[in-house]
Structure formats: structure tokens, C-alpha cells
Write a protein that binds this ligand. Structure first.
Ligand SMILES: Cc1ncc(COP(=O)(O)O)c(C=O)c1O
Length: 410
């Protein structure tokens, strides 16, 4: 498909919305992306024509709902190039997927074992490991990062070489400094020292192609809502051999093979990990989102976003007192640019911009350890998706300059 930004934007009804008399300028897609019409249609189409419990009934609607759900799982399988559909587990979001692994795989670890994550992780990829360490008497190691915001592989190897680390959890793309992490090298390193690796692909999945077989990671998690899909649905990918060994996470309907007064036996994968009524409409929406991304072309998305990030970096650096977090070389990052401006609190800045319809994010972006590492408590983040334009970036820069004048006068 030829890349035509106007036609892309027309597919997102919310982008026509006016805020403060101005057309919405949404630059907060790292928090959640907006949804194109085919995704909205897939969700409403499910409720209009197929709504029933998945896997439960034998009537026509239930069969249609089950087929739709199975197709959605297969769409995700292809998106990740997983070997088997049963390696794709539907969860509520990436957070739940990571918690599943922390509870179930993490709980197989023994007191004194180590788990490791980096300082640039989102809290969703820190807290579950802290809780797991507390439950099981484990040590949590912090993998060092370089000043630019990359995992320091040399120092990391020294930690793994001690032979105590049983699991490494790292994100593929930082939601603050925008650095693409060396996850292929990290996976090889984890395996070299006998550790299992979980990749948090919450940001990565929106911006880069993922091939779990090539990558060889053991687990990978992401949320539907960050890749143009609905909220309420996420994915855990796991290798068959690991998932088969793991007991179920939540108990309830659908995850059993049989129940007697004496106990229960588990269903096969993937149902073992999918207790309760499934979010079938959201799964249909997620499949539509993946289909939509593939139709636009992941390479087209990458190319367009690269030009947005390059332009953002160039323009932001013209602002006096503005410091960019992470590398300033556009080749080294994607997705978002976070920054601070001397003497201005991010919340004050985003408040003023918000009144002009510009949506940026202020705060610690659920990465307090990273902000502490950078010696700050908060930053402002501008994040892009395929529907953003160079004009929106320019509008934002002009607005930041006006806000800066106003705030520095006070
Ligand atoms: C890197 C990263 N990991 C995990 C998450 C958590 O995603 P969710 O809240 O959809 O579970 C986010 C959300 O911002 C994120 O950016």
C-alpha cells in the first residue's frame, strides 16, 4: 500500500475531534494509541453478529465466536512468528502477562536464586519481580544501563556469569528514552548462563517487526491498546516447553479438563492460562489492528515514524534550556522523545499545551527508577504513531515556546 498520511488520518475518527477549538494533536501514543475505523468496526461487528461465549456453547453463535477467537489467536501467532497458536495466551494487558510469568514461573524458583531486570523498565516489569522476590526469598539484580539508555551488555554478562540468575526481564524499547534494546544479544547471553528471558514488547510491538523464533526469547508480552487495538486485551507468548510445565495462573471456568469433589485437571494449552469468559470482541479488535498495521506496512510505519522522531529531535534541540533524555541521534531511537526544560515543571507545560488540544505526557511515565538514575523526578514525553504529522510536531514546538515564555515570566 502506498503511504498516504491523509488517508491514514481519515481512518481515525477521534483525530477529527476538537479540543479548545483546535483539532486534536495527539502525541501520547506510547500511553495508548488511537484506533482506526476497521478496529472499531471489528469490535462492534462482533457484538452485532457473533456475540457469545467462546469455547462453551455448541450453538451457531458460540461456534462463530469461537472461530473468530481462534482466528485472532492465529493472527497474533503470525504477527510474532510464533511456531504454534497455543503459545499465544490472551491476557488483559502486558502487565497481566508479566504477572502471570512472575507468579507461575517465578514461583518455581528457590530462595537464593536471582532474577534480573534493568533500571529502565516500566513499573509493570519491575513490581511483579519485586513481589516475586519477596514471596520466594529471591534476589533482584539491577542490570546496568549506559548513559545513553542502553543495556550495558558487558556489565550484564558479569552479573549473569555468577550463575545465580534464573530469569531476566527486559523491555525491547524504552517508553522514556526511546532506545531499542539489544534483545537478541541479551537473549543469547541469558541462555548462555542458563537463564530464561522475558521481553516486555509493550512499546516495541507498535514500532518494529517481532520474530520470536529468530529472537529465541522464552516469554514476550505486549498490550493490544498500544498497537491500534482495544484496551482490555494483551498477549503473553511463551515457548511450548515452558508453558506446558507451568501450572495454571487463575482458576475458574474454561481452564479445566475435569473437576470432581476431589480436585481438577487442567485443560491443554492455551486454555490452561485463560480462565473465565474471554474478551472475544477485543480479540477480534486486536486481530483487526494487526491486519490494519500489516496493510499499512510495518516498514512504512517505521519509515514515517523515523522521520517524525528525527524532526522532533532537531526542533526540540533549538529550544533554550531543553534537555533530551537519551540519545539525540535519531538512528538510535524510535517511538518517543522525553525531555526536561530548565525551570519548568512538566505538568505545568503539558497543562498549557493540553488547553490547545496538544496531548503530551508529563510525569515519571511509570519509570521512577529510570528517572532517579537520570537524576530527575519527572519529564515531558512526546510520542508518535503512524497518524502523526510533521505539522503536528511543529505546532507542538511553537506551543512549547509560547508556554516557556509564559511560565518563565511567572
Ligand atoms: C514498556 C512498557 N511496559 C509495560 C507497560 C504496561 O502496559 P499495560 O498498562 O498496557 O499493561 C507499558 C505501558 O505504558 C510500557 O510502556
Amino acid at each position: 500500500m502506498n503511504f498516504d498520511i491523509s488517508s491514514i488520518r481519515r481512518q481515525f475518527p477521534i483525530l477529527q475531534k476538537k479540543v479548545g477549538g483546535q483539532v486534536l494533536c495527539y502525541l501520547d501514543s506510547a500511553a495508548t494509541s488511537q484506533k482506526p475505523q476497521p478496529v472499531i468496526d471489528a469490535i462492534s461487528g462482533f457484538y452485532t453478529t457473533k456475540n457469545a461465549n467462546v469455547n462453551r456453547g455448541v450453538h451457531a453463535l458460540s461456534e462463530e465466536a469461537t472461530v473468530s477467537h481462534d482466528q485472532a489467536r492465529n493472527t497474533v501467532r503470525k504477527f510474532l512468528n510464533a511456531r504454534h497458536s497455543h503459545e499465544i495466551i490472551f491476557t488483559k494487558n502486558a502487565t497481566e502477562a508479566i504477572n502471570l510469568v512472575a507468579h507461575i514461573f517465578g514461583d518455581t524458583l528457590k530462595p537464593g536464586d536471582h532474577i534480573a531486570c534493568s533500571v529502565l523498565e516500566h513499573h509493570s516489569n519491575i513490581i511483579p519481580w519485586m513481589q516475586c522476590a519477596e514471596r520466594k526469598g529471591l534476589e533482584l539484580d539491577w542490570l546496568p544501563i549506559t548513559k545513553e539508555g542502553y543495556l550495558d551488555l558487558r556489565e550484564t554478562e558479569k552479573i549473569l556469569a555468577k550463575g545465580k540468575t534464573k530469569l531476566v526481564a527486559i523491555s525491547g524499547l524504552s517508553n522514556v528514552v526511546g532506545t531499542l534494546q539489544p534483545i537478541t544479544e541479551m537473549t543469547a547471553l541469558a541462555h548462555k548462563y542458563g537463564a530464561v528471558i522475558l521481553v516486555d514488547a509493550s512499546q516495541l510491538a507498535a514500532h518494529e517487526p517481532i520474530d520470536v523464533q529468530k529472537l529465541d526469547c522464552d516469554f514476550l508480552a505486549f498490550s493490544g491498546h498500544k498497537i491500534y487495538g482495544p484496551t482490555g486485551i494483551g498477549i503473553l507468548y511463551g515457548k511450548t516447553a515452558l508453558l506446558e510445565k507451568m501450572p495454571p495462573f487463575l482458576g475458574g471456568g474454561d481452564m479445566i479438563q475435569s473437576v470432581t469433589n476431589a480436585g481438577f485437571t487442567c485443560a491443554e494449552l492455551p486454555r490452561k492460562f485463560e480462565a473465565g469468559t474471554l474478551a472475544a470482541a477485543d480479540a477480534a479488535g486486536l486481530a483487526a489492528a494487526i491486519g490494519w498495521m500489516e496493510k499499512v506496512g510495518i516498514e512504512n510505519i517505521q519509515k514515517h515514524e523515523e522521520s517524525l522522531i528525527a524532526h522532533t529531535l532537531t526542533e526540540l534541540q533549538t529550544i533554550k534550556g531543553l534537555k533530551i533524555l537519551g540519545p539525540t541521534d535519531p538512528q538510535k531511537r524510535t517511538g518517543c522523545v522525553s525531555f526536561t526544560i530548565d525551570g519548568i515543571h512538566p505538568h505545568d507545560l503539558t497543562d498549557i499545551l493540553g488547553k490547545e488540544g496538544i496531548c503530551l505526557r508529563a510525569g515519571h511515565h511509570c519509570t521512577q527508577p529510570l528517572h532517579a538514575f537520570l537524576g530527575i523526578t519527572a519529564s515531558t514525553r512526546l510520542s508518535v504513531a503512524v497518524y502523526n504529522t510533521i505539522e503536528e510536531v511543529d505546532q507542538t514546538i511553537a506551543s512549547i515556546l509560547r508556554a516557556q515564555k509564559l511560565l518563565q515570566k511567572k
